[in-house]
Design a protein around this ligand. Structure first.
Ligand code: SAH
Length: 389
C-alpha cells in the first residue's frame, strides 16, 4: 500500500474524523501514486491514521475512506452502500416519493460519490479521483443492492476539473427510459430530465419544504422566484393558492415548469372545479430586476419564495454573495403585505446559517419590516449533513 506521511501535528483534524487532508499538511508521499489510488495516511511518527483516496492534482490531496485499519475493496464499498440504502429505508422516504438521494458523498462516508434514485433509474455523479477509481465496482454493487438495472452518469460538475478529471455523461449500465421521466412526490408528479437538468435533474433536497409551502399557500397570492421546473409552484397551486406567479431567467426551465403544472392538472385550462379560481402566470426574467419593477409598480404578495442558485460556492465568495442575498431578500420584504410570509433559502456552502440569518435580518431592517422567524426549514432527510467537518 502506498504511504503518505503528514507533517508533525497535522494529524489533529483526522483525529476529529474530518474527512479531508489538504496538500499543505503532507510531509511525504510515495512516488507514482495513481489518480484515486488508495493510500495509508500516517502521522509524522508513522502511526496509522486512516486509509484514503489520493488526488494528486487537487488541493484536497486525500479523502478518507476509513479511519479503521480495514481493507478498502469491493466488500468495503458494499457495506457502505448497503448502510446508506438501509438508512434511507429507515427514514421512511419511500412513503413520500419514488425519488431520493441514495448516497450523499462524505455524509455517507463515501467522498466524491453522489447517487440519486429517480423512479427505477440511478443517476450517479463521481466528483473525485477516488470515486472515479472505484466507479465500476460501485456501479455494479449499486445494481446488486437495489435490484435495479439502469445507471446514468452525470459527472459533469465543474469540481471534477480540480481533480484532473474530464466531464462524463451517459449510460453506465442498462437502458434509460424515454425522457423526461415522471417521478412521484407527496402525491404530486413531476417530469424530470436527469440527462439535461441542473444537478441530477431535480432539487430533491427541497422535498419537505415544497410540501410545507403547499400546507401554507391556501388563499395566498404567491410569488415563486427562481422557480426552475416548478417544484414550489406546483405545490403552491396544489395547496390552493389564490394566485401563483412563477419567475425564472431560463426559458427551458419555464417550459418544464409549465409542463409540470399541466401534468398535475392544476392550470385553469383544465377547469378543475376546486381550482378554477387560481390564477397562474409564468414570467421569464431576472429576479433582481423584476423585484424592483414590482416594487415600482406597487405590487404585493402574501408569500414570496426565494430559492436562488448557489451565490457562494465557497467562503471566498461570501461577501459578494451576501450582497446578492441581501438585495433579493430586501426587495422581497418590500413586496410582502402585512402578515405576509417570506420563504427564503440559501444553498451556498460559503454562507453558513448564522450569516444567512444576519443577512435576512439586515434586509428586513432596511426594508422597514419587523420580521420574525416562524420556522427553520432544512434539507430533506435523504440529504444528511455529516457533523465531523
Ligand atoms: N426553486 C427551484 C430550484 C431553483 S434553481 C426548485 O425548487 O426546483 C435556480 C434557478 O434560478 C434556475 O432555474 C435558474 O435558471 C434560475 N436563475 C438563476 N439566476 C437567475 C436570475 N438572476 N433571475 C431569475 N432566475 C435565475
Amino acid at each position: 500500500m502506498a504511504e503518505v506521511i503528514l507533517k508533525a501535528g497535522r494529524e489533529k483534524s483526522l483525529l476529529r474524523h474530518h474527512p479531508w487532508i489538504f496538500s499543505g499538511a503532507i510531509h511525504h508521499a510515495d512516488e507514482n501514486i495513481a489518480l484515486g489510488e488508495t493510500v495509508d495516511l500516517l502521522s509524522f511518527d508513522k502511526e496509522f491514521l486512516a486509509r484514503a483516496s489520493y488526488s494528486p492534482n487537487s488541493q484536497i490531496r486525500a479523502r478518507i475512506w476509513t479511519f479503521e485499519d480495514e481493507a478498502v475493496d469491493q466488500e468495503f464499498f458494499r457495506k457502505r452502500i448497503r448502510s446508506a440504502i438501509q438508512s434511507r429505508d429507515a427514514r421512511g422516504l419511500r412513503r413520500d416519493t419514488d425519488s431520493y438521494r441514495l448516497i450523499y458523498a462524505e455524509s455517507d462516508s463515501l467522498p466524491g460519490l453522489i447517487v440519486d434514485r429517480y423512479g427505477d433509474v440511478l443517476v450517479l455523479q463521481s466528483l473525485t479521483a477516488g470515486s472515479e477509481f472505484w466507479k465500476d465496482t460501485v456501479t455494479d454493487i449499486l445494481l446488486e443492492e437495489t435490484g435495479l438495472t439502469t445507471v446514468y452518469e452525470r459527472s459533469d460538475a465543474d469540481v471534477r476539473d480540480l481533480e484532473g478529471l474530464e466531464p462524463r455523461v451517459g449510460v453506465l449500465r442498462g437502458t434509460i427510459p424515454p425522457l423526461p421521466l415522471t417521478i412521484h412526490e407527496h402525491s404530486l408528479i413531476f417530469n424530470v430530465n436527469f440527462a439535461g437538468g441542473h444537478k441530477t435533474g431535480f432539487y430533491l433536497d427541497q422535498r419537505r419544504n415544497r410540501l410545507r409551502v403547499r400546507e401554507l399557500a391556501k388563499d395566498k397570492d404567491v410569488l415563486d422566484c427562481f422557480c426552475y421546473t416548478g417544484g414550489f409552484t406546483v405545490n403552491a397551486l396544489a395547496g390552493k393558492a389564490k394566485s401563483v406567479l412563477s419567475v425564472d431567467s431560463s426559458a427551458d426551465a419555464l417550459a418544464f415548469c409549465k409542463e409540470n403544472v399541466v401534468l398535475n392538472q392544476l392550470d385553469e385550462t383544465r377547469h378543475i372545479p376546486s381550482r378554477s379560481e387560481a390564477k397562474w402566470t409564468i414570467l421569464e426574467g431576472d429576479v433582481f430586476h423584476l423585484l424592483r419593477k414590482f416594487r415600482d409598480e406597487g405590487r404585493s404578495f402574501d408569500m414570496v419564495i426565494l430559492d436562488p442558485p448557489k451565490f457562494a460556492p465557497t467562503a471566498a465568495h461570501a461577501e459578494k454573495a451576501a450582497r446578492a442575498y441581501k438585495d433579493i431578500n430586501l426587495f422581497a420584504f418590500k413586496l410582502l403585505r402585512p402578515g405576509g410570509m417570506l420563504v427564503t433559502f440559501s444553498c451556498s456552502g460559503g454562507v453558513d446559517e448564522g450569516l444567512f440569518q444576519k443577512i435576512v435580518a439586515g434586509a428586513a431592517l432596511d426594508a422597514g419590516v419587523d420580521a420574525q422567524i416562524i420556522e427553520h426549514l432544512s434539507q430533506a432527510p435523504d440529504h444528511p449533513v455529516a457533523l465531523n467537518w
